[in-house]
Design a protein around this ligand. Structure first.
Ligand code: FCB
Length: 411
């Protein structure tokens, strides 16, 4: 392969994978999701990948796969099990986890909240509460105060619009409040198959708007609180972007523009001033007026890895460093994953050539894990997990990604 066919990434580019505490750790019972599982509304998470006990083994695997960074999250319900009471053992655990990454030369990035809420908070109204931003900021400041010697990269929250839409529009995730009575809009991993089980509690639209508003306030308050504790931190929000695009039809173009505003920019405009960087989670696109037939992932999502390029370009208007905080594919047979990874990495490279300041790429996910309302069936991992024995087996595609990580380039 001649040198001109090699697509190199900037020096110091971070390569790794992402996980989220509730999806991998196991043994978390005091959250809204655990309660919903006890009530039969979502699958039981149980032991998950037992990552709480096996993180060292899992980070050894990440290291063996050439990763030099890892996006993890900490579990709010473990750290603040009662309102205003913080658990020092829980925080000591996460200090050990972050240290275990450092020991392996893997740079940690910590998401402070990834979907699951402590029960005391969700039961008292969660992000519908007027004072939720202050509650959230206090929690974030506490975590950063205790993890600041181990980590400088923090994301306040993961995919706030997915959280609010699934919770208050579709009603498919806790707290199962439903505004969309029509069910044509399958926005994201909300578990269509399980819809029969949803409680169809109706929620007025303003409640969704209130939650979104409180999430923007919560991010902004958390940013200030974190900066107060650790000025040198890099604080981001992780935004799920759906790439809405269109064929040549002008009406479709306007529709795509509106949907990009509705899903991405409406939120980002409220928070970007208090972001040192932005995380992009990219999984899919919706092309209006498109008649093409796409291959599908096990989530039934179009296989369209190249959409990551335009998704990154959409975020360049905020003039911040960008990270691909998640992008991946559910593919139990591992037949599409290698090409998918190549496709998205090339898309990231093209975005960088076009001026996007992308600093890192985190594949979702290191391990197969609990895929929310869809349980354990959907397999996103570079590493296959047998949930009965907890045995880990590295998938062939993980080695394709390893070569990219190690060479900081793709051929
Ligand atoms: C994202 C979530 C992540 C995972 C992937 C498949 O929306 O952030 O937790 O479920 O989808």
């Amino acid at each position: 392969m001649s040198d001109k066919n090699i697509k190199r990434f900037p020096p110091d580019f971070f390569w790794g994978a992402a996980t989220a505490s509730y999806q991998v750790e196991g043994g978390i019972e005091n959250t809204d999701w655990a309660k919903a599982a006890r009530e039969g509304s979502v699958p039981v998470c149980g032991e998950a990948c037992d990552h709480y006990n096996r993180y060292e083994e899992d980070f050894d695997i990440a290291k063996s796969l050439g990763h030099d960074a890892h996006r993890m999250s900490v579990e709010w319900a473990r750290i603040e099990p009662e309102e205003g009471k913080f658990d020092m053992d829980a925080i000591a655990h996460y200090q050990k986890v972050a240290q275990a990454l450092q020991d392996r030369g893997i740079h940690p990035g910590i998401t402070l909240w990834h979907f699951t809420l402590p029960l005391w908070f969700s039961e008292s109204g969660g992000f519908e509460r007027e004072d939720s931003p202050q509650i959230f900021a206090r929690y974030c400041a506490f975590v950063v105060e205790h993890l600041k010697d181990y980590c400088h990269h923090y994301s306040t929250m993961n995919e706030p619009i997915v959280f609010a839409s699934n919770g208050w529009l579709r009603g498919s995730w806790p707290p199962f409040k439903r505004f969309l009575l029509l069910d044509g809009i399958s926005i994201t991993n909300s578990g269509r198959q399980h819809e029969a089980r949803y409680k169809k509690g109706f929620a007025p639209f303003f409640l969704y708007l209130r939650v979104v508003k409180n999430l923007t306030r919560a991010h902004n308050a958390a940013y200030d609180a974190i900066k107060h504790v650790l000025l040198a931190s890099d604080v981001s929000v992780v935004k799920h972007v759906i790439l809405f695009h269109a064929n040549k039809n002008p009406f479709n173009k306007i529709l795509a523009k509106f949907m990009n505003w509705w899903w991405t920019h409406r939120f980002m405009k409220q928070v970007y001033m208090k972001c040192d960087s932005i995380g992009l989670n990219y999984y899919f696109h919706r092309k209006f007026g498109d008649t093409a037939v796409y291959k599908k992932t096990d989530m039934d999502w179009d296989i369209y890895p190249e959409g990551i390029e335009e998704s990154l370009m959409m975020l360049t208007r905020y003039n911040k460093p960008l990270y691909v905080s998640e992008s991946g594919i559910a593919d139990a047979r591992d037949i599409y994953r290698a090409d998918y990874i190549r496709g998205q990495v090339e898309g990231v490279w093209r975005a960088i050539q076009r001026g996007a300041d992308v600093r890192g790429h985190f594949y979702w996910s290191l391990l197969d894990n609990y895929e929310w309302a869809l349980g354990f069936e959907k397999r996103f991992g570079l590493v296959e997990v047998d949930f009965k024995t907890q045995k880990r087996v590295i998938r062939p595609s993980a080695y394709i990604y390893k070569a990219i990580c190690e060479q900081n380039a793709i051929e």
